[in-house]
Design a protein around this ligand. Sequence first.
Ligand code: PEP
Ligand code: MN
Length: 268
Amino acid sequence: MELKLIKYDEHNLKSIDLGDGLKIDRNNISLIAGPCSVESKDQILEVAEFLNKLNIKIMRGGAFKPRTSPYSFQGLGFEGLKYLREAGDKYKLKIVSEIIDPRDVETAHDYVDIYQIGSRNMQNFSLLKEIGASDKPVLLKRGMNATISEWLMAAEYIALEGNDNIILCERGIRTFEDYTRNTLDLTAVAVAKELSRLPVIVDPSHGTGRRELVIPMSKTAAVLADGLIVEMHKNPDEAVSDGFQSLDFNQTKKLVDEIKKINDCIRY
Ligand code: PEP
Ligand code: MN
């Protein structure tokens, strides 16, 4: 496997500069949190205020939702992106949101700070190329059925268009194990850090699909990964999507406290 643009070079490790002194790289553990879906303006403002209090600097929220069933909530679309931007500006948070259609990339540019490419779209080559031609950082999730090399090759598609501000995200893969929604492949994190010069983060929410496993797997991943992206909700049981794997506000605070301890001990 030949990786031209993002191949490992320890002297040239990639630091993703989000502006305002905020960087995602191998020097610390970045925390990204927020709901699976943007549900309303009030919800997003309340979450943003809470994240700001916790000193979390990056908020996630899905406005375009790639749902298994066409009858499930599909997201608020650009309306949702507007709420995210407004809340991000008010509470000084950077915004990550998934784009699923190459035709939306340009319009979304003004609303997001990081484009998310979801697991189901990891090999949507037109989307990879369109986002690769933009100047915004990209969070590239690993396809649930993708090998590590396919994942890295997807990153190459983006980089080849000129944008190598890529954050790799391991979010679990499908295996025979069905107690958890996916099998969180932490080995892939070590491999991706070995083969590429990109920061690699972990999504323990989709990686496990179980709320009670999110903190334990976050702590485990924090030793190796460069960041975490975690789903949270004020009332997880009422969330329109992925409530079963979302932390509530208290659990989110606990997560932050635990990760801080690990960060202090690993990256001293
Ligand atoms: C999400 O982040 O809400 C999401 C749909 O994730 P994934 O693409 O990893 O399934
Ligand atoms: Mn989700």
